[in-house]
Design a protein around this ligand. Sequence first.
Ligand SMILES: *[C@@H]1O[C@H](CO)[C@@H](O)[C@H](O)[C@H]1NC(C)=O
Ligand SMILES: *[C@@H]1O[C@H](CO)[C@@H](O)[C@H](O)[C@H]1NC(C)=O
Ligand SMILES: *[C@@H]1O[C@H](CO)[C@@H](O)[C@H](O)[C@H]1NC(C)=O
Length: 233
Amino acid sequence: MASYLTRFAIPASAVPVLAALPAEQKPIAVQVPGSEAYKVQHELKKAEIIPTVINEFLPSFVLDAKWSSDNYADLGNTLKVDAAQDEPSIKIHPISGSSALADDVTYTITITDPDAPSRDDPKWSEICHFIATGVSVSTNISDSSSESVTLSGLKEIMPYKAPGPPPKTGKHRYVFLVFAPANGTSDSLNLTKPADRKHWGTGKEGNGVRDWALDNGLEPVAANFIYAQNEEQ
Ligand SMILES: *[C@@H]1O[C@H](CO)[C@@H](O)[C@H](O)[C@H]1NC(C)=O
Ligand SMILES: *[C@@H]1O[C@H](CO)[C@@H](O)[C@H](O)[C@H]1NC(C)=O
Ligand SMILES: *[C@@H]1O[C@H](CO)[C@@H](O)[C@H](O)[C@H]1NC(C)=O
């Protein structure tokens, strides 16, 4: 079976950091500095989501998360807590320069808050806000301008919990990540449900989505984030 990384390979010459990938892989996506994938990575680093929440990675997909036409995630915009009460609609589409489409793979969506109760004192971090999986992907061939991808058949592992930052705790980062199985399996996934939202059930301060994804054989392929804070500061 072709591994996930094989299908999404980037030539070692373009991205030295990925030079460890086997040489026989067929390149289908070339990400050059300045491209959209690097822009997303840059924003994740600027907000210290890389490396606090997730290890460095280059996204293969754009992640759109939208609560309403005016309220959506845009790599670090600030939303009112009231605007994010309902479960957002989440879509992914291949990032420009990438043809990373794998419609036989199950994708997993997560939302995590690494700033609980505050970014200065994250002793409850991370808080798990959402896990959903069992996602199938279909290409929208009628839209040639941008191949959009529809996630369907979402199965919730941890139901959506809306942002609820306590008063006087400043801005919290709410981080959206989409994962794919690291070994490229097209089998249905048997993911674990964290025993608790706090510390993603690990009981260890600072533990969260990175540890859960590693335990479940998942690797990140897309990210987005918003900030939200209590009105009372
Ligand atoms: C596919 O793309 C077209 C054109 O953008 C859009 O009108 C349609 O709603 C899309 N279909 C799905 C299932 O997303
Ligand atoms: C998950 O469990 C099912 C049923 O036991 C099995 O068929 C499938 O291969 C498992 N998936 C993985 C990725 O191990
Ligand atoms: C892929 O990874 C899953 C989860 O770690 C594991 O259960 C499964 O056996 C692996 N499948 C293959 C073909 O390596």
